[in-house]
Design a protein. Structure first.
Length: 198
């Protein structure tokens, strides 16, 4: 136990000496490298490349000809390697998609179990109904189907006497129809009118 603790403390001491040491004259902190990095556009690959002293530093994003991201990488100067952010993003999306699919699959299985138990209970009752009628009833109650749209508040009953009689054509045009009132000229100027010259 003591040798293990001694090794752990010695490793922590060495890491603290290396990590907390001062930078050399030609070295720049990673934060300053990222801050001073400048972007330029690579036309051939459709990428925004971040560089500092002719080395890739920071995030580089590339798009395909339809505008979708096809390259996303974070570059760090030596001694560390960069990270492929696109693969990380795709793996996160895949895990979320798998979780949603599993949840939907579980819900579907539970709904099917409930449906099968209802069909079994109908068959056990022996009401003389055909199993197809039971299936049609359960399909009608399926929660995944949208409810039919029925308009509300419209009286659909009409009397035949109240409807005008049209004998196979349009009613004759009446020249004595009332005139549509035209709006008078507006008092305020239109907001869409051109501006006066300066």
């Amino acid at each position: 136990m003591k040798p293990l603790l001694l090794q752990i403390f010695s490793a922590l001491y060495i890491i603290s000496l290396v990590g907390c040491g001062s930078l050399g004259d030609d070295q720049v902190a990673k934060v300053h490298q990222a801050w001073n990095a400048r972007y330029h556009y690579d036309l051939e690959n459709r990428r925004m490349v971040s560089s500092y002293q002719n080395q890739k530093v920071g995030r580089t994003i590339g798009r395909d000809k339809w505008g979708r991201v096809d390259y996303d990488r974070f570059w760090v100067m030596k001694p560390f390697k960069g990270e492929n952010l696109l693969e990380l993003h795709k793996s996160e999306l895949d895990s979320k998609r798998d979780a949603r699919w599993d949840e939907a699959n579980r819900n579907l299985i539970e709904a099917r179990k409930l449906e099968l138990s209802q069909i079994a209970s109908l068959e056990e009752d022996g009401d003389g109904e055909d199993t197809k009628e039971g299936q049609i009833a359960t399909e009608a109650d399926d929660e995944f189907l949208p409810a039919p749209f029925l308009p509300q508040g419209i009286d659909m009953t009409t009397d035949e006497s109240s409807l005008p009689k049209i004998d196979g054509g349009l009613p004759p045009f009446n020249d004595n129809s009332p005139q549509i009132p035209m709006p008078s000229a507006p008092d305020t100027p239109s907001p869409f009118a051109p501006l006066p010259p300066l």
